[in-house]
Design a protein. Structure first.
Length: 152
């Protein structure tokens, strides 16, 4: 009866590598993110929405994102101030798509972000995060971010 032993060994090996298969992103230095940002804005999160792979709105707070799902959560921002408008004018209201590989629910993101005011490091016409994590920065980092904006 070697089959159960082989099966057990296989499961143990799979358990050892499973954490490495989880969705994760290495931290990126703030200086690099500021250098790569096309837009840096101070904004308030006024809404959070989720759409399916065809762009249709979903309303269930339990709607999820993550690997294998086509849903996308977007932060709806009311721009209070533009610190860097590299590519044209930044609209007063923008939608920031979150990385779809994160395991999020609409309800959790609403609870965590709605009404918050932060500095956002964004890029491109879609106003996408400059990096999947840490693109939303506390207001207390404003002076540091502004000094990095002028650094060579």
């Amino acid at each position: 009866m070697k089959t159960p032993a082989i099966l057990l060994a296989g499961l143990l090996c799979l358990g050892a590598v499973a954490p490495a298969l989880a969705t994760s992103v290495a931290p990126k230095p703030l200086a690099e993110m500021v250098a790569e940002a096309d837009q840096i804005v101070r904004a308030k999160v006024v809404d959070v929405e989720i759409v399916d792979g065809k762009g249709r709105p979903l309303t269930d707070p339990g709607s999820r994102t993550g690997p294998g799902l086509d849903n996308e959560i977007r932060l709806v921002l009311q721009v209070q101030e533009v610190l860097r408008p590299r590519e044209g004018k930044v609209p007063v209201t923008i939608r920031v798509p979150l990385w779809t590989m994160w395991h999020y629910t609409l309800g959790n993101i609403r609870e965590a972000t709605l009404g918050s005011e932060s500095l956002f490091l964004l890029k491109g016409e879609r106003h996408a995060p400059v990096y999947p994590m840490d693109f939303q920065r506390p207001l207390e980092e404003r002076a540091q971010i502004q000094s990095l904006m002028v650094a060579p």
